[in-house]
Write a protein that binds this ligand. Structure first.
Ligand SMILES: Cc1cc2nc3c(=O)[nH]c(=O)nc-3n(C[C@H](O)[C@H](O)[C@H](O)COP(=O)(O)OP(=O)(O)OC[C@H]3O[C@@H](n4cnc5c(N)ncnc54)[C@H](O)[C@@H]3O)c2cc1C
Length: 434
């Protein structure tokens, strides 16, 4: 080790030293108890919940700002419970809205069946909410800006890591600095998305499958409701031209996510979009009839890490698990991870739980993913993309149970709601002291 001396940058204390390759390396020394890698919704929610209990948190984010690609929009009741607990629900609801009805349709738009989107039981007070994930991130950042014990550092890419029995560290490269910085803390959370460096550097595989259907997600202004009488969310069943059309803002922005052949390049997928819309959407619109504001192709996976804990490293959100988006459960599950992980870490940090609670975190979140999340998301994906609309009603028991009468519809909605709500888990039950 070379001689150390202190410098002061970005409100952080650094000790400069040499790493084992002889490179100049800055070690960040401060009172951070939890480092969170990734300033996506999951990382920021963990930071919000921890900082409420005065835990000092550093969030390291590779990008310069929030990721604004068209991704999550719908969050189910177990996620809403966490947003309420984090004190951000009021702002989420005033920026977003609660959708009312979902309809499964034939390619010509005819209704096959429909269902209320939240439980009608008054025992379940948390209605599904719709808000594009970029806006959710904005709400979380606004709340965090009032906290003095949280630092969100953009332009900080994690490239290496290590740990001892007492602490863990990450090596970070910043854009304008050639020397890596080392950030150390008792606990490190990998909330760095599906390509997670924290997962990979801990040598954890991402087991599961990639679906043989590719998707293209778009945000578009088009009057599905006003002109065509469509409900807030709609799934169009077809083996080839299947898609989801869902209202995602109060001002008429819709999400259209449609299926494409796998194996096409991004360039070809984007060039095919106008023809796809002309063929699929009601009224067969050409581009002059709608305003496309964003478009992004994605592969679709059902995958998870074998464990969400490796000693002092913990995984949450897409870093831990991914599923297809047709159950609205990817980030819903990630938000519940965030709430559970914050409670588990708080238990350890406040001395009211032992470290076994962190293994329990991994165990319970894996149970939720392998159970309701995988089952509900896969079933709805197969319902819309892997069958014919003409025979869907005849083959699909779930659709048959809908639209018999209002009572039957409420029953199905409540059952589905209960299955989704089962991904909630109360970690304070494992606290040994109050
Ligand atoms: C088309 C589509 C629609 C979807 N719809 C829904 C929906 O309606 N409901 C739902 O619940 N889910 C939905 N999802 C899933 C949802 O978008 C994801 O689950 C969610 O965005 C994951 O959040 P996250 O915070 O875990 O990860 P991310 O949002 O991916 O954030 C990870 C962050 O980590 C940063 N990062 C990565 N690597 C590093 C590194 N080495 N160092 C530092 N920082 C790093 C990234 O820059 C990023 O900001 C959808 C997904 C898609 C693709």
């Amino acid at each position: 080790m070379g001689e150390t001396f202190k410098i002061y940058i970005d409100n952080l204390d650094f000790i400069q030293s040499e790493d084992r390759h002889g490179l100049q390396d800055s070690e960040v020394t401060d009172n951070t108890k939890v480092i969170i890698v990734g300033a996506g919704p999951v990382g920021l929610l963990v930071a919000t919940l921890l900082s409420e209990h005065n835990v000092a948190v550093t969030v390291l984010e590779r990008g310069d700002a929030a990721d604004n690609r068209p991704r999550a929009t719908h969050y189910g009741s177990p996620a809403v419970k966490e947003l309420v607990r984090a004190g951000v629900w009021h702002d989420v609801l005033s920026a977003g809205f609660c959708p009312s009805v979902v309809t499964w349709r034939k390619p010509n738009g005819d209704k096959i069946a429909s269902m209320p989107m939240s439980s009608t039981e008054k025992d379940y007070p948390y209605p599904m909410v719709v808000l594009p994930v970029g806006d959710l991130v904005t709400v979380l950042l606004e709340h965090l800006s009032t906290r003095t014990n949280v630092r969100v550092l953009y332009g900080h890419t994690v490239e290496g890591l290590g740990q001892t029995d007492e602490s863990a560290w990450v090596k970070v490269r910043t854009k304008d600095d050639h020397h890596p910085k080392t950030f150390t803390a008792p606990w490190i959370v990998g909330a760095d998305g599906s390509s997670s460096a924290i997962r990979k550097l801990n040598n954890l595989p991402f087991e599961g499958k990639t679906w043989d259907r590719q998707i293209v997600a778009t945000n578009v202004y088009f009057p599905f409701d006003e002109r065509y009488g469509w409900t807030d969310s709609n799934f169009i069943i077809d083996r080839e031209n299947w898609y989801m059309a869902a209202k995602i803002s109060k001002n008429g922005l819709w999400r259209v996510t449609y299926g494409e052949q796998s194996g096409l390049s991004d360039e070809v997928l984007l060039s095919r979009q106008p023809e796809k819309f002309r063929h699929m959407l009601p009224g067969n619109p050409d581009p002059s009839k709608y305003t496309l504001t964003s478009i992004s192709p994605y592969q679709v996976h059902q995958r998870r890490a074998p464990t969400f804990r490796n000693k002092r490293f913990l995984l949450a959100g897409d870093a831990a698990h991914v599923c297809n988006p047709f159950g609205g459960l990817g980030l819903t599950g990630g938000i519940v991870d965030a709430g559970n992980l914050a409670d588990a870490l708080l238990g350890v940090l406040l001395g009211v739980a032992n470290q076994a609670i962190l293994d329990k975190y991994s165990e319970e979140r894996i149970k939720a993913f392998d159970g309701p999340i995988d089952f509900i998301s896969s079933t709805n994906f197969c319902r819309i993309a892997y069958q014919d609309a003409e025979t869907a009603l005849q083959n699909d028991e779930f659709l048959q149970r809908l639209d018999v009468d209002d009572k039957a519809n409420s029953e199905v909605a409540n059952e589905l709601h209960e299955s989704v709500f089962a991904i909630q888990h109360d970690f304070t039950q494992y606290y040994t002291k109050t």
